[in-house]
Ligand binder design. Structure first.
Ligand code: NSS
Length: 435
């Protein structure tokens, strides 16, 4: 489609670069269509936004009946004259000299009654993603990942990728997806952490952004079976250092998302993003337990927080906050225990406020060979299942820490989405494997 001038930003005079009366050619999709006497009003949608088109019978002549018939969601190429009009959305409309359908559309199946059923909307996700809310959400998601990428690369982290087919659990056997790998058994990865740990002995600071998988049957608003995992691992860093890094990363992400996708975020969220200037509070697991018990939750020391506990606890906060010092029994075997407090790990979760709960989880790893083997045995696991992971500890493995952040969890909080499935293009949950 060479030679076509692309619309850039419906709000920006500058980018359109054309004054009242200039002729533009645009390509995009007919988002809405309204017939009013001898005029047809369309909203054209493209990568950059929306603009109103007007097909006028006097101007289009014979082509007007063709214009009348253009179905919604057709891809079109149009030519017209720019007219500034404060009443038009975005303050400008294009009065058409010509319209050509590049790719026609059947009758659009998403009617108001279909839109009332969230399940049907997800059955039609290949089409419903074109709606303004999904569009804005997915642009914000792209901005989130771009921001994370920028943060890591500008701080000297090296991007690596880790295998998806793996042989043993990182985060416990209960949520492993098992599959046939020719004549052997394999699993889908739950986290790239162990591969990152191998890589820090080359690069010191590494990160991954790739899917993780959890055979998570619990039907909550925060669990997907496939999610986008931002993970980082840092050599010579202790637990305090990694909390500082997580805090700095999240603050960078939020500020940068506002720059990259502020308008889209405001459209979905209803307001600008929160200002995260103040230091994130850090409360101990014990303090969190006191808060929960004071709210009438029956939970004993040593139990992990479920979705309800996280919701109740995070309702008490207006800013993200860390909960640190989780009991050993609630955490995976690789966590280092606190030398000052037996039974407690050097680990933490970063919680989003206002009921959203956990968005990252991290901590300091065991870097000592004998200590790791004995902890694996103590937790009832078989060291043979973790051969290479343990082996790294024989060759100059320094103290190190890391964390994982769920992209959909962060986006759900920032955009106030009802469910994490709204935060991804084609969600996977226990009941959804299509489209
Ligand atoms: O299981 S985690 O709490 N921790 C790990 O996987 C570590 N091995 C990460 C690391 O240290 N490199 O998951 C980390 C984050 C968690 O805080 C959530 O934000 C997200 O990953 N997460 C999920 N998001 C959506 N759906 C599901 N099921 C899910 N599980 C974890």
């Amino acid at each position: 489609m060479a030679g076509l001038i692309r619309w850039r930003d419906a709000d920006s005079k500058k980018v359109l670069g054309l004054d009242d009366g200039s002729v533009v050619r645009l390509i995009g999709w007919i988002f809405t269509k309204r017939v009013h006497g001898n005029k047809v009003f369309y909203m054209l949608r493209d990568r950059y936004g929306y603009v109103q088109l007007v097909a006028d019978k006097d101007r289009l002549g014979e082509k007007f009946s063709y214009a009348l018939d253009v179905p919604v969601e057709s891809a079109v190429a149009v030519e017209g004259v720019v007219k500034r009009d404060p009443r038009a959305p975005g303050g400008v409309e294009i009065h058409l000299n010509n319209i050509d359908v590049v790719a026609g559309a059947d009758v659009w199946p998403i009617t108001p009654s279909v839109a009332k059923s969230p399940e049907t909307m997800f059955d039609l996700r290949h089409l419903t993603i074109r709606g303004p809310r999904s569009r804005a959400t997915l642009l914000a998601r792209s901005a989130l990942v771009q921001a994370a990428w920028e943060y890591f690369t500008s701080n000297d982290y090296v991007f690596i990728t880790a295998p998806t087919f793996i042989t043993s659990a990182v985060e416990g056997g209960a949520t492993l997806f098992e599959l046939k790998y020719f004549d052997r058994k394999a699993y889908l990865t739950q986290s790239s952490q162990f591969y990152e740990e191998a890589a820090i002995c080359v690069f010191e600071k590494v990160f991954v952004i790739q899917p993780s998988f959890r055979a998570e049957k619990s039907r909550t608003r925060k669990h997907l079976t496939e999610f986008l995992h931002i993970e980082a691992e840092v050599a010579f860093a202790d637990h305090e250092d990694i909390m500082d890094i997580e805090e700095e990363l999240l603050k960078y992400i939020v500020a940068r998302m506002d720059e990259l996708a502020g308008k889209e975020i405001e459209y979905v969220r209803g307001s600008r993003l929160p200002d995260l200037d103040s230091r994130f509070e850090r409360i101990s697991y014990d303090e969190a337990l006191d808060i929960l018990q004071s709210k009438g939750v029956s939970i004993e020391w040593g139990e992990d927080f479920g979705a309800d506990e996280e919701r109740i606890l995070s309702m008490e906060f207006e800013n993200p906050f860390f909960v640190y010092g989780f009991p050993t029994e609630t955490r995976s075997f690789y966590h280092m225990d606190d030398p000052n407090r037996p039974g407690v790990t050097l680990s933490s979760d970063l919680m989003a406020p206002e009921g959203y709960g956990e968005i990252t989880s991290g901590g300091q790893r065991i870097h000592d060979y004998k200590y790791l083997v004995s902890k694996i045995k103590r937790m009832g696991l078989n060291p043979e299942d973790y051969g290479w992971y343990i082996d790294i500890r024989r060759y100059g493995m320094p103290p190190h820490s890391g964390f994982g952040m769920g992209v959909e969890r962060v986006l759900r909080w920032l955009l106030r989405l009802p469910h994490v499935r709204d935060a991804t293009l084609f969600p996977r949950t226990p009941t959804r494997l299509y489209p």
